[in-house]
Design a binder for this molecule. Structure first.
Ligand code: SME
Length: 160
């Protein structure tokens, strides 16, 4: 049994630091990418409050394909350039969207989603996946959330 508990503090930097430590411990020595993505999605869900979806899309060919996640069943294939995830994949840059209804081409997988954070996972300079977080709260994600998930992405890139 793994018993990682998010810190009782509301300090985001501390929460993300501990999330990173827990993720590194979970993937250490485990070569299976699916198992690692599944555990990391579960950790994000446990450590980051106010989410309705958290998980991975993997870059395969010219599209993103759904990976392990927590949340409602989601769109399976997203062409590069489409939606928030597709934008993160083609630009290799974090997309932080305060109001998904105002984002051109946003793909609604859960009607409850109001804001979204998508962070590319890079290996050898290439986008291999994106980490997608959705929230039912508008403007849920700030720069500290983006920095925290970017640090997580860098930490796990070699393990997924
Ligand atoms: N909203 C995303 C699609 C994925 S779901 O949110 C899980 C997008 O616009 O790319």
């Amino acid at each position: 049994m793994y018993d990682f508990a998010p810190p009782s503090t509301a300090d985001k930097a501390q929460c993300y630091a501990q999330l990173g430590e827990a993720a590194a411990a979970l993937v250490d020595g485990e070569p299976d990418a699916v198992a690692n993505m599944a555990n990391i999605a579960a950790l994000i869900w446990q450590f980051v409050p106010d989410l309705n979806w958290a998980g991975f899309y993997r870059a395969i060919g010219t599209e993103l394909v759904l990976g392990p996640f927590i949340g409602k069943p989601a769109c399976i294939r997203i062409p590069f350039g489409r939606g928030v995830c597709g934008a993160a994949a083609v630009t290799a840059a974090t997309q932080r969207v305060e109001d998904v209804h105002a984002f051109p081409g946003h793909i609604a997988c859960d009607a409850a989603s109001r804001s979204e954070l998508v962070v590319p996972v890079l290996r050898d300079g290439h986008v291999i996946a994106v980490i997608d977080l959705d929230s039912p709260l508008p403007a849920r994600f700030d720069a500290r959330d983006a920095a925290g998930i970017e640090a997580l992405a860098a930490r796990i890139a070699a393990h997924i």
